[in-house]
Each structure stands twice: as C-alpha cells, then as structure tokens.
Design a protein around this ligand. Structure first.
Ligand SMILES: NC(=O)c1ccc[n+]([C@@H]2O[C@H](COP(=O)([O-])OP(=O)(O)OC[C@H]3O[C@@H](n4cnc5c(N)ncnc54)[C@H](OP(=O)(O)O)[C@@H]3O)[C@@H](O)[C@H]2O)c1
Length: 252
C-alpha cells in the first residue's frame, strides 16, 4: 500500500471505548494522524502505543473526564495544537448502567443524562464552530438504536440517545449549507465492556470490528444516519411503528 502524502487527521473523544479502539485500528492502518481523549490515562497510553505500531503517523493524547466542563477549552486547544481542525471527530463515550437501578435513583438518572446527552452536546457545540469555520470535515457521533423508541429496559439511556439523535439532526440542518458531514451512528447491541453483564445469545449481537468497518464506510460515503449492522434500520422501523397495545406486551 502506498503511503498518502498527507495524513488523515482524526480526533476521537472516548478513545478507550471498544468500538472507538476498533475504529482507530482501521484509521491507524491508513496512517492517520490521531488525537485521542479518554479519562483512563494508562489505557489511553497503551492504546496510543499500539496504534503507533499499527501505522498511525502521529498520536497525541489528552486525559479528560467529559462530564467536567472545565476540560473543554484546554482539550480543544490541545486538539488544535496537534491537528488543527481534524477531518473527522468521533464522539464515542457513553454509559449504559443498570436501568432497573437507575429507574429508582434520581441521582443516577442525572448522571446518565449528563454523560450521554449533556456532555456530548456541549462538546459538539464547540466542535461544530470549528468545523463550520473550516467548511469541511465529519462530526461522527455514536448514539444507539435505544434512542429510536423508549422502552422499559433502557429508557433513561434511550432518552439521552434519542435527545442526541435530535441534536445531531438539528446540527445537520444548521450545517447543511457547509460541507460539514454530521453522522449519527446507531449500533444495535455490540459485544463490548458496556454490555459485559448481558447474555450474548442470538444473532443480533455485533462485534466492535463489524461496527468499526461500517463507521469507516459511512464516513467515506458522507452518510447521515448509520444503522449498524444494517438490519437494525428495518428492525427499528418495525419497532417504532408497533401500536402501543402490542408494544406493551413485549418484554424488551
Ligand atoms: N455496546 C453496545 O451495545 C452499544 C450499542 C449502541 C451504542 N453504544 C454506544 O457506543 C459508544 C461506545 O461504547 P462501547 O460499546 O464501546 O462501550 P465501552 O467500551 O464501555 O466504552 C464506553 C467508553 O465511554 C467512556 N466514558 C464514559 N463516561 C465517560 C466520561 N464521563 N468521561 C470520559 N470517558 C467516559 C468509558 O471510559 P472508562 O472506560 O474510563 O469508563 C469508555 O471508554 C457509547 O456511546 C455507547 O453508548 C454501545
């Protein structure tokens, strides 16, 4: 493979996520220049070293908890020092938690909404300014099929992801006259640490590698909403349109 003369510049927020790491490995193999942010310093350093071995042209990292608003300015200054405005920003952090416990704990509801909608929306607002001024690039954000319809098994997380989907739809509308792509990535269940407590029976589970390959393809094709694997688009179409009496009989 020939090395491109100019490396693709990519920033990943939530770089220790299993889906983000699988995606980063594909970008490293394309000799991309990377800026990584996560809160676990040790894992972040391990991932950065691995990506360098896999071909990344340069890897800079920054340690941050996204729920701390004071990190926004220094983090984005570090990103700009490392890459300028990148071609792709992937927002991958999130928490699922235990819905049964969250549903009875107001503080857990607050924390779930903070991490899964407030913090990404704050970050994306700051990123959007920079991408709009650059007049190019892709804001790629992992939401979830859980955002498509509220259901008993995950409605607090689902509410945050649904809110984030709407935020992205509005941001895409605002940026429609620019060349900035806003990609809403909606995976079904993926075998990652987030779902470690769940049984993995059935054919609906995907690997982070499968989702990563779909993300790269969707970025390349300038898609707006990606269901991954593809069949989730049709499953969720049915689930969204189920009449309420029938929906209430389902244990999902
Ligand atoms: N796995 C699924 O079935 C599935 C399905 C649909 C959508 N998603 C979404 O996909 C994305 C990636 O998740 P994953 O499946 O790859 O799970 P994961 O491996 O558990 O990754 C989640 C990441 O979010 C980070 N994170 C959470 N809160 C943070 C905070 N306040 N500050 C900094 N980092 C924070 C975690 O860091 P620590 O490790 O340090 O806690 C971890 O790196 C998430 O947005 C998730 O909601 C996952």
């Amino acid at each position: 493979m020939t090395t491109p003369s100019r490396a693709l510049k990519i920033a990943v927020f939530g770089a220790t996520s299993a889906i983000a790491e699988a995606t980063l490995r594909l970008w490293a193999a394309q000799n991309a220049q990377l800026f990584l942010v996560a809160r676990d310093r040790e894992r972040l350093e391990r991932i950065a070293a691995d990506l360098t071995l896999r071909g990344a042209r340069g890897v800079k990292s920054f340690v941050a908890d996204f729920d701390d608003p004071s990190i926004l300015a220094p983090m984005l200054a570090a990103m700009e020092a490392a890459l300028g405005v990148p071609e792709v920003a992937l927002v991958a952090f999130g928490t699922l938690g235990d819905q049964k416990a969250i549903a009875r704990d107001p503080e857990a509801v607050r924390r779930t909404l903070l991490t899964n909608i407030v913090s990404p929306a704050v970050l994306l607002t700051a990123l959007a300014e920079r991408f709009e001024q650059a007049g190019r690039g892709c804001l790629a954000v992992i939401t979830s099929v859980a955002g498509d319809r509220g259901r008993a098994s995950n409605y607090v997380y689902g509410a945050a992801k649904g809110g984030l989907q709407t935020f992205l739809e509005g941001l895409r509308h605002r940026l429609a006259k620019s060349q900035v792509q806003v990609l809403d990535i909606r995976p079904g269940p993926v075998d990652t640490p987030m779902t470690a407590h769940m049984s993995k029976e059935g054919f609906l589970w995907a690997t982070p590698e499968r989702v990563a390959a779909d993300i790269l393809r969707a970025v390349g094709r300038r898609r707006t909403v990606l269901y991954t694997p593809w069949f989730w688009r049709w499953i969720m179409l049915v689930i969204r349109h189920l009449p309420q009496p029938l929906f209430h009989r389902l244990n999902i």
